[in-house]
Design a protein around this ligand. Structure first.
Ligand SMILES: C[S@@+](CC[C@H](N)C(=O)[O-])C[C@H]1O[C@@H](n2cnc3c(N)ncnc32)[C@H](O)[C@@H]1O
Length: 379
């Protein structure tokens, strides 16, 4: 059996759990066996096959709590297809295990894929910062000869809304960077030590071309990942041409073509197979799995806490409204009581005057009565 098929047999029909986790981690180790022409062919086949095939592991990954929570956060904010987000998750969890550096996204629109990566990074305990680069005001000028997109496409993004979302969900590892890549990326990349993953999702020839040229010198020396969202989309021939230019200039070969194009630059560092200590790997992996499970558990508790806090907030709001209504009604009751009291006093007063009148023998009261009697009786 060829070694890639053998690798696939390790993950075929696997359900979510430690065995799949261990296999995926192991298949991402760059050994002299699986690095071919500057990329990890085994890891590429595993991710592509796992996500595209019926007996693959897309359903199992969909049960991962870190993936689920990140997906939930990104929902409604992203145009990126679910398998592509899953692939970014696999690259981050297994491909970047132990690598120090940051993640840069060229093309963030409403911020969904950046939010997704930021949540995955924090839940996996990665130190990486995620930089989300965009005009946040729509496409700039495009290359009319190559691109289908035109200036102003995607102009319904809002940096204010994205910042509020980041604040609300405490995604402290996510930094939106507003402006044209050409204006913002050079200074940003200058201060980053290494880019472990560049997610290039900007659809048009000049932007993809610029992004590759700008980020390439900063790619992590162990073989950073260049993931291109759109060159194989029907509407993005310009993006494909920029990738073809890159292939011609630096001669890269793709590590993966489904669900999107992934390259490694520079070529991944290779570990010789004799260097590979099976026992040490198993011990390290069981610790990693325990840690990952503990983190996922903490993540779950945190998200339960967040939703309970939100519910408490709602109850408090309702209580405040009810309290306001109660205070208003009490005031009205008090005012009515006061009016009643004033009326009672007036009734008492009138009654007293009436009784006095009845008891009076004063001629001023009796004289008119006597006159009336004389007029009526004639006596
Ligand atoms: C397809 S959208 C990105 C989708 C996003 N990743 C998501 O999760 O939905 C492409 C974005 O690239 C941005 N863009 C393209 N060229 C750019 C440039 N030169 N500078 C800044 N932003 C650019 C556009 O503004 C647009 O928002």
């Amino acid at each position: 059996m060829n070694s890639h098929l053998a690798a696939i047999s390790l993950v075929r029909n696997q359900s979510y759990g430690p065995a799949l986790d261990r296999a995926l981690a192991r298949l991402h180790i760059n050994t002299s066996k699986n690095i071919v022409a500057g990329r990890n062919v085994t890891a590429g086949y595993i991710r592509s096959w796992g996500l595209s095939e019926e007996d693959g592991f897309a359903r199992a990954i969909a049960q991962d709590p870190v993936y689920q929570e990140s997906m939930e956060l990104a929902r409604g904010l992203t145009l990126v297809a679910e398998h592509k987000l899953m692939n970014l998750f696999l690259i981050m969890k297994y491909g970047l295990a132990g690598a120090d550096g940051d993640i840069v996204e060229f093309g963030s629109y409403k911020g969904g894929s950046a939010v997704f990566m930021a949540n995955v990074a924090r839940r996996l305990g990665m130190k990486a910062r995620i930089y989300a680069l965009d005009t946040f005001a729509g496409m700039p000028e495009t290359d009319q000869e190559r691109d289908l997109h035109i200036a102003g496409d995607f102009n319904d993004a809002s940096l204010v809304k994205l910042r509020a979302f980041v604040e609300e969900h405490q995604l402290t590892n996510l930094t939106p960077v507003q402006g044209l890549f050409e204006d913002t990326a050079p200074a940003l990349l200058e201060k980053i030590s290494a880019v472990t993953l560049a997610h290039i999702d900007c659809d048009i020839y000049p932007a993809v071309k610029f992004a590759v040229a700008a980020v390439r010198p900063k790619m992590h020396p162990a073989g950073g990942y260049l993931a291109f969202d759109d060159p194989l989309q029907a509407t993005c021939l310009g993006a494909l041409e920029a990738v073809e230019d890159m292939i011609q200039t630096i001669g890269l070969h793709a590590e993966q073509a489904y669900p999107h194009l992934v390259y490694r630059y520079p070529a991944p560092m290779v570990r010789s197979t004799d260097e590979f200590d099976e026992e040490a790997f198993e011990t390290a992996m069981s610790k990693e799995i325990e840690l990952a499970e503990a983190r996922a558990h903490i993540g779950k508790i945190e998200s339960d806490l967040r939703s309970k806090t939100e519910m408490l907030g709602d109850v408090n709001k309702q209580l405040k409204v009810l309290g306001g209504q109660f205070a208003e009604t009490s005031q009205r009751l008090l005012a009515m009581e006061e009016q009643l009291h004033i009326r009672d006093m007036r009734v008492d007063e009138l009654q007293e005057r009436l009784s006095k009148l009845h008891a009076s023998t004063s001629w001023r009261v009796t004289a008119p009565l006597r006159k009336l009697k004389t007029a009526l009786t004639g006596r």
